[in-house]
Structures are given as C-alpha cells and as structure tokens.
Design a protein around this ligand. Structure first.
Ligand SMILES: [Cu+2]
Length: 162
C-alpha cells in the first residue's frame, strides 16, 4: 500500500503543472479572438473632407461618423502619413470670440452620428509632408480606444467650401 503513494503523488504533481499552462493557452486564445473581433470598428464615415488653405497653415478635416455597432466607441485621435501632426479639436464661441481646444477623447454612443464640421469638432491637420491639391484624396486613420483604427479617405476641397 505504502509503495503506491509516491506514484499517486507524482501524477498529482504532473497534473498541477499542466493546469496553469492550459490556463495560459486559454488566455492567449481569448486575447487573439478578441483582437480579431475588435480589429475594425463598426462605423460609417461619410463626407470626409479637408479644407485647403494657402501656404502651410493647419488644415481642418471634417466628416460624419456613425457608430452602427453594438458597442459605444471612443474616438481618441487620428494619424495621417500626409501630415506630421494630427490633433482632434473643438471650436467654440464665447462672447463673440471663437477659440479651439484640444479633445483627448470623444465618446460616440452606439447608433449615434457625430458631425465634425465648421464651428465644432474638427481634425487639425498640421505640417503637410507635401503640398496638397484640390481633388486629391488623403488617407487618415481614425483611432479608437482599445486600439481599433479605421482608415478613411479624405477629399481635399477648396478654401471657400464648408
Ligand atoms: Cu483646430
């Protein structure tokens, strides 16, 4: 009887060693599945445009973004290979004086459409890498909390357009 004890103990120890590894594998598989499922946010972006200004002035980017998914989204910024810097701003008017402030994050509830438009939210596109022309398409990647990104093509419009 006593001789069988070590064998049982060995098997017990072996099972306990395998168990944490199985847990790690399960976590890795879950993470991979999640990152795939959340790779593309469920959004519709329309009317994406950049208002061209002379020289190398900062340009404003406007668009309409609809969250058509089941999750609330948080827009945290944007990047573009065509600009050295892209910030998210909000224009506001107070006592007849207009100003703008940086926006770090913008929550977009499911089913809601937000409008980036003159006088409100806009992308501030700074330091163009090369001069832009009216009619040109510029790729901009919208970044969401959780690491999701969505590339959107913006059309360059003339200075007099909204
Ligand atoms: Cu701005």
């Amino acid at each position: 009887m006593a001789a069988s004890q070590p064998a049982l103990n060995t098997r017990f120890v072996r099972e306990r060693r395998i168990h944490p590894l199985g847990m790690v594998m399960a976590v890795i598989i879950t993470l991979l599945t999640c990152s795939l499922a959340f790779a593309a946010p469920q959004i519709n972006v329309s009317n994406a445009r950049i208002r061209l200004l002379p020289g190398n002035l900062p340009l404003a980017g406007y668009f309409d973004l609809m969250n058509r998914g089941d999750e609330d989204l948080v827009l945290v910024g944007a990047t573009s290979a065509a600009f050295k810097m892209v910030h998210m701003h909000r224009s506001m008017e107070h006592d007849g004086i207009s100003s703008m402030a940086p926006v770090g994050r913008l929550e977009i509830k499911r089913g809601v459409t937000v409008h980036f438009s003159p006088g409100g939210y806009h992308l501030m596109l700074m330091q163009a890498v090369a001069p832009l022309k009216v009619g040109e398409k510029v790729p901009v990647a919208l970044q969401f909390a959780g690491g999701q990104t969505q590339q959107v093509m913006f059309t360059v419009n003339g200075a007099g357009t909204e």
